[in-house]
Design a protein. Structure first.
Length: 235
């Protein structure tokens, strides 16, 4: 793999997402929202770390530094399009502005130093306690270099719009439809953004965290189990 040697030194591109940071990891809560101790599921010790709000410090390690440096050199407006570069658990994630996602995907596919020919999937995540609560995550793979990279973007409930990548990766068609169906994220430029799992006349988006669980009570071994939205809250 040929990578330009004129990229930033382990320290930084001023004003861009790859500037170093010493931001500590904030204390997190367990998977049910309780702030004290481990989770309350009975398994114990299952603790979720709060994500960093800044880029990971340089050097990133392995091939990550060279790959990011090559993007800085070849992708126009990298510092504006990419807001954070995060390396966590041996994986590289670029946080991208929603209107620049398709443009960056095209560059990652076509640039000879990147060659991410395969889109493995598009998925959604809902963080209702944040202003830009809906995150859309793209997993890309380079068959040429046997490498993987993750793109992540986030939008608010008031304007949940992201540029569709179907023009770059046609296989994104069904993935984006599912993310729209489950989370209500609108992919601008998608050829037919319709529901794919729920009926066409379904009301709402079931994987949003504030979507009512509903359900009916169930009798089990003589006990009456209430529907999910009436059971114990762990928050």
């Amino acid at each position: 793999m040929t990578v330009s040697g004129s990229g930033p030194t382990p320290g930084a591109v001023e004003g861009s997402a790859v500037a170093p940071t010493g931001a500590p990891v904030r204390p997190g809560a367990d998977m049910f929202g309780a702030a004290a101790g481990g989770d309350t599921s009975g398994f114990g010790g299952l603790v979720r770390r709060a994500p960093l709000d800044a880029s990971s410090p340089r050097p990133f390690g392995t091939w990550f530094d060279d790959a990011v440096d090559a993007l800085v050199d070849t992708f126009p407006g990298f510092g504006d399009a990419v807001t954070r570069v995060v390396v966590d658990r041996g994986e590289l994630t670029l946080h991208v502005r929603p209107e620049r996602v398709a443009e960056l995907c095209r560059h990652l596919r076509d640039d000879p130093d990147q060659r991410y020919e395969l889109l493995l999937g598009v998925s959604g995540v809902d963080y209702p306690s944040t202003a830009e609560r809906f995150h859309v995550v793209y997993h890309l793979m380079s068959m040429t270099y046997r490498r993987r990279i993750r793109l992540e973007t986030q939008v608010a409930l008031e304007h949940p719009h992201v540029a569709s990548v179907t023009g770059v990766y046609p296989t994104a068609d069904f993935h984006e439809r599912e993310t729209w169906d489950m989370f209500g994220v609108v992919f601008d430029g998608h050829p037919a953004l319709t529901r794919i799992l729920m009926p066409d006349d379904w009301d709402g988006h079931p994987q949003r965290k504030d979507y009512p669980l509903g359900g009916v009570p169930v009798e089990y071994k003589g006990a009456q189990i209430p529907p999910p939205d009436e059971r114990r809250s762990y928050a």
